[in-house]
Design a protein around this ligand. Structure first.
Ligand code: ADE
Length: 265
C-alpha cells in the first residue's frame, strides 16, 4: 500500500513543484505515494471565506483560525483512514518544532500516512495545535513565509527513502547522513576539467579501492566540516578500517597544510 500524504494548505498549487517534477514526480506517477491537498478556505462558513484574524493581546500579523483548520484536518484524517492508512500522525510545520534530520525522516517513514499542516501568517491558533497536532517539525533555524516549503522538504526527504523510488537501490543508502557521514566528492566527464584531473583511483576500475577511497573522503570531509557529526559517529562505534582511513586522511591533510604554509614563508 502506498504512503499517503494529506496536506492542509491555502496554496495547493505550490505542491505541483514536487508532484510534477523529477524523482518525486515520477514516484507519484508510479503510485509510491499519494498526495491530497485540503484548502481551509473550503471549510469556512462566511461569505468572505475568512481563514485568519487579529491576535488576542495585539501585535503584528494575523493568526489562522482554529475552526477551518480543524475541519480540514478531520476531512484529511477520514481520507487517510478510507485509503487504508493504519498508522498516521498529524504534523504542524513550524520553527518551534523538532529539527528535521535523517533520524526523523526514518521514524516518520515507519508510519503509513501523514497529515501535514502548512500554516501562513504569524501562526495558527494554539488550541488547534493542542487538539489536533501530534508533532511539530522544523526544517531549520530560520523563518519562512509559510509551511508549504517545509512540508515539501519533508515529503521529498521521505519519498527518496521509499524502496524502489530511486532507480538504483543503493542510491538512497549512499546519500549523505544515511551512514552518519557527509557525502564523498563526485566526478563525471571530462577526465580533465580546466586543468583539474579526476582522482586516479576512480578510474582504476577496482571497486575495493574505490569504496575505500570514498569512505575515506566521507570520513575526512565530516572531520573537517562537521566535527559534531563525526563525534556522534565515533560514539556509535567505528571499525578498525574506518579509524585507519580517517587517521590516514588527517595525516595527509596536515602534511599538505604544512607544505602550503611553508610555501607562504
Ligand atoms: N514555517 C516557517 N518557518 C519554518 C521552518 N523553519 N520550519 C518549519 N516550518 C516553518
Amino acid at each position: 500500500m502506498a504512503f499517503e500524504f494529506d496536506v492542509i494548505t491555502l496554496f495547493p498549487d505550490m505542491f505541483d513543484a514536487i508532484t510534477k517534477h523529477g524523482v518525486t514526480g515520477r514516484a507519484k506517477e508510479n503510485e509510491f505515494y499519494g498526495l491530497y491537498t485540503w484548502n481551509p478556505r473550503d471549510f469556512t462558513e462566511n461569505v468572505y471565506r475568512t481563514v485568519d484574524d487579529r491576535p488576542y493581546g495585539g501585535g503584528p500579523g494575523m493568526v489562522m483560525l482554529a475552526d477551518p483548520l480543524e475541519k480540514a484536518v478531520t476531512a484529511a484524517k477520514l481520507r487517510q483512514t478510507a485509503s487504508g492508512v493504519s498508522e498516521m500522525k498529524v504534523i504542524y510545520l513550524s520553527p518551534q518544532g523538532r529539527l528535521l534530520d535523517h533520524e526523523l525522516v526514518k521514524e516518520l517513514g515507519q508510519l503509513s500516512g501523514l497529515v501535514l499542516i502548512s500554516g501562513r501568517y504569524e501562526g495558527v491558533d494554539d488550541r488547534l495545535i493542542k487538539r489536533q497536532v501530534d508533532e511539530e517539525v522544523s526544517i531549520g533555524e530560520y523563518v519562512l513565509s509559510g509551511g508549504e516549503l517545509p512540508a515539501m522538504v519533508l515529503i521529498d526527504s521521505m519519498v527518496r527513502q521509499m524502496p524502489g523510488v530511486l532507480g538504483d537501490p543503493e542510491s538512497a543508502n549512499q546519500d549523505s547522513f544515511v551512514n552518519g557521514l557527509l557525502d564523498f566528492p563526485h566526478y563525471t566527464r571530462p577526465k580533465v576539467y580546466q586543468g583539474d584531473i579526476v582522482p586516479e583511483v576512480l578510474m582504476s576500475g577496482d571497486p575495493v579501492r574505490i569504496n575505500r577511497w570514498r569512505l575515506q573522503q566521507a570520513l575526512g570531509r565530516t572531520w573537517l566540516r562537521r566535527p559534531d557529526l563525526l563525534a556522534l559517529r565515533i560514539k556509535r562505534g567505528m571499525t578498525a578500517e574506518e579509524n585507519k582511513l580517517l587517521e590516514e586522511f588527517k595525516k595527509a591533510y596536515k602534511a599538505n597544510q604544512n607544505k602550503m604554509n611553508q610555501g607562504k614563508e
